[in-house]
Design a protein around this ligand. Sequence first.
Ligand SMILES: *Cc1c(COP(=O)(O)O)cnc(C)c1O
Ligand code: SF4
Length: 475
Amino acid sequence: MSFPVVEPKQTPVAVPPPALKPAVDEAALTHRQLLDGPFWQRIPAYAEIDEATFLDHRWQAKHTITNIDKLLQAVRGLVSEDFLQDAAEGFRRAPMSVRVSPYLLSLIDWDDPYNDPLRLQFIPLGSRLLPDHPKLGLDSLAEMADAPVPGLTHRYVDKALFLPLDTCPVYCRFCTRSYAIGLDTPQVEKVTLHVNEERWQRAFAYIASRPELEDIVISGGDAYQLRPQQVRAIGETLLRMDNIRRLRYATKGPAVMPQKILTDQAWLDALTHVVEMGRRMHKEVVLHTHFNHPREITAITKRAMDLLMERGITVRNQSVLQRGVNDTPEVMTLLVRRLGYINVHPYYVYQHDLVKGVEDLRTTLQTALDLEKQVRGATAGFNTPTFVVDTPGGGGKRDAHSYEFYDRTTGISVYTSPAVKPGRFFYYFDPLHLLPEEGQRRWADPAQHEVMIEEARQGALARLRHAEGRGQMEG
Ligand SMILES: *Cc1c(COP(=O)(O)O)cnc(C)c1O
Ligand code: SF4
């Protein structure tokens, strides 16, 4: 589909009034400078690949690397032998399996693979792994405990999370669903959530039976992996339910393989069909995606997002805050502004979940609080993400700032979630290696663990009692 470009009528330009602000620094506009040209040809394995081939989603899918030997082969010659061994060791100890698209592989700076923010998210290194926090688990959000049907989590009143399948176009090290997503690894035997007609029908029957459910997140796994007829079938079935008002298809795809949007006509048509069907029914259907670093956005991404814009498809972004990836104000601000530039709304930045095997990627809660302060005001308010903690134990997402108590020495923060699980406390734990020495010393002693948690609980109780007392005085 293409639209004629309408040239605006030329109006005579007036002489600008004297400036109150100094001229803008070029560096403030880097969010508009997107990587373009045949950047993939830097990788020896893709040196002969022309643009049409590289943009072909089938080529991307066919050449996606799903085993460690092939990955190491593809970058052999670009990196040292030490790095290769380090990566092989990293994968041996990782909870996620390998899956990297050629596009993603081409975006990694192989001259500096140890520090590259994209490498960091997808390729573990044995030498960088840190011991897990004693409070880490595989399903830290307790999604399975809130699931009436496998793969359907009904935690909040009016919205539910449907996981139609358990594969993605790439596998992220930090995946919060490492309990299910991807192939079994030496570390994890996964729960299977394959495409399964009967499981889907049970999920749909449950959704239809709950009049309070208005909003379904179709996640995964990943909507990119659904066949076009599956995208349609899920969308049509849910839209036809009277209670359903909103759908979101969630996919990592635009960040790791924007080519599919540009060249998989049948898939994009299926999504467009559901969006348009929803619009005619006055129901909202949008796409949620997952960019974490500004370098994940290239000129190819912009073309893909432009196409979605032409089709009237709203895109929102959810990032995961990760140490060494996007934990500085410069990078986070650049990400947020670049997303805005390509018409993707930054919706959430998640404090990293308590996932096993990725302690090197977690940050303290304080990092999120500081970043939010820096980012807010840098662009439109509707393009400013909310920083959230998805509370371990199933309390749901909370504004990072809304903790009842936060001890920066033990790294324990406490949240309540009155609308989701009233009367309960939820705890988040900062990574041990970033705590002050005293905190690290206390965690080294198992007898102190429950003591520290009890201290945090008492701190939260005191604060709540204080707030209640104040409320009574005011009332
Ligand atoms: C994140 C999530 C949702 C959607 O929450 P929003 O805050 O509306 O984005 C719904 N259900 C579950 C279980 C979730 O984790
Ligand atoms: S794309 Fe999402 S669901 Fe898939 S591996 Fe990455 S974080 Fe997990």
